[in-house]
Design a binder for this molecule. Structure first.
Ligand code: SAH
Length: 378
């Protein structure tokens, strides 16, 4: 039986060094290959001129550098760009680029769908299909940089660059797209290592953020193995409410989650964690909720990110009013908790937080069950 060609985009530097050693090659071939692929954007082995002809031929036979196909690219009036990408098995996922004055953030997906079923999230309502492979995660960054550089060359978009600013368009990555990244731990960590590798995209770990709904054991593992910036989807200040909004809370309750965040900050040398808090009208946005939240996080070095709820078809939730959000923020600020309200970006193309849907086969049949399901808030 012939072996399946291996996609070299699925190997971080260590695995690639092992791969080349296994071929009887020197391990520094890994660095050369990473530079060709990620820095020079070359994906044809024939063009990799500092590799011997013989090696290039061998790679051609036993490996590939296949990328997902871009099915569509939508641009929001605020500059946000959303891509729908078709994977090798036909499932489609989404990634979103959010340009800001001093940076360009790519929101990257980690799974096809999501298994967690947070009640206010469109991705969760679509159900779940599978974890993404390493190549499917890192490809999202490759594709975004490649498309954006092409748009920059044709002067369709302009980056605010200073002299000698060689930065790629994607300066920051947030693992906040479709899926729960910590339920795809090994692949997400390998892909993040690639994002941060000096021979690849070279992002600092401050510029790579992983957002989790609170998978406590995996957060501890992350702290030990790959301590990137951490964002935690809190959304409620107590267990009763959080159980309803983020069902994972029934397994990993709020007090234990907060304890875990403290451990993360203490031992990973991070300044603080970010708590995400989606603002849902009349559900979690009262003055009492704000005070309880302030008490809850008071001894964790943190920043709170208030996210105005982004609606999607058939949802039972509404966005809190602007003045309610401002009041909520002021209560936290008044208690010395650094708080910002996340600007809604790309909502005209359904690219805002929680709106990513992709196009895939649900293997849990949750999408059908959930369309009739409403959560009761007393
Ligand atoms: N599974 C990870 C990453 C997913 S999404 C997590 O739970 O953190 C990134 C953020 O968007 C999370 O904080 C998520 O709770 C939030 N979000 C989901 N649906 C939303 C919606 N409809 N409006 C606003 N934010 C939403």
């Amino acid at each position: 039986m012939t072996e399946q060609p291996i996609n070299l985009l699925s190997l971080d530097r260590m695995s690639m060094e092992r791969f080349f050693q296994g071929m009887g090659e020197k391990s520094f071939r890994a660095k050369q290959l990473l530079q060709w692929v990620y820095q020079r954007k070359v994906t044809r082995f024939a063009d990799m001129t500092d590799l011997s002809k013989e090696l290039r031929q061998k790679l051609d036979i036993s490996t590939n550098l296949d990328l997902p196909e871009i099915v569509s690219q939508q641009r929001s009036r605020d500059g946000t760009i959303k891509w729908l990408l078709r994977l090798k098995d036909g499932n489609c996922i989404e990634s979103v680029y959010i340009p800001e004055q001093d940076r360009g953030t790519l929101c990257v997906s980690s799974q096809v769908g999501c298994g967690l079923n947070c009640t206010f999230c469109s991705t969760g309502r679509q159900g779940f299909n599978r974890n993404l492979d390493v190549d499917e995660i890192i490809s999202q960054v490759w594709i975004a940089n490649n498309v954006l550089e092409t748009l920059e060359q044709s002067e369709e978009i302009v980056f605010d660059r200073h002299d000698n600013d060689q930065r790629r368009p994607v300066t920051n990555v947030v693992m906040m797209g479709m899926g729960e990244p910590l339920l795809n731990f090994d692949n997400v960590v390998s892909a993040m290592r690639l994002m941060m590798d000096d021979f690849s995209f070279g992002l600092s770990r401050r510029r790579v953020t992983l957002s989790t709904a609170g998978m406590i054991p995996a957060m501890d593992k992350l702290k030990d193995q790959c301590p990137v910036s951490l964002a935690v989807s809190l959304h409620a200040p107590d267990n009763a409410l959080r159980d309803k909004l983020v069902p994972l809370n029934r397994k990993y309750p709020v007090e234990e989650l907060l304890e875990c965040c403290r451990r993360y900050v203490d031992s990973s040398n991070r300044q603080r964690v970010t708590f995400e808090y989606v603002m849902l009208k009349d559900v979690n946005d009262s003055i009492q909720h704000a005070r309880a939240l302030a008490r809850l996080v008071s001894d964790v070095p943190c920043k709170v990110n208030l996210i105005p709820f982004n609606p999607f078809p058939d949802t039972q939730f509404e966005r809190s009013g602007e003045s309610v959000i401002a009041k909520f923020r002021d209560i936290l600020l008044h208690r010395n908790i650094f708080t910002i309200t996340r600007k809604t970006r790309g909502d005209d193309i359904d690219a805002a937080c929680g709106q990513l849907a992709g196009d895939f086969k649900d293997r849990t049949s949750r999408s059908t069950r959930m369309s009739q399901h409403k959560v009761v808030f007393s």
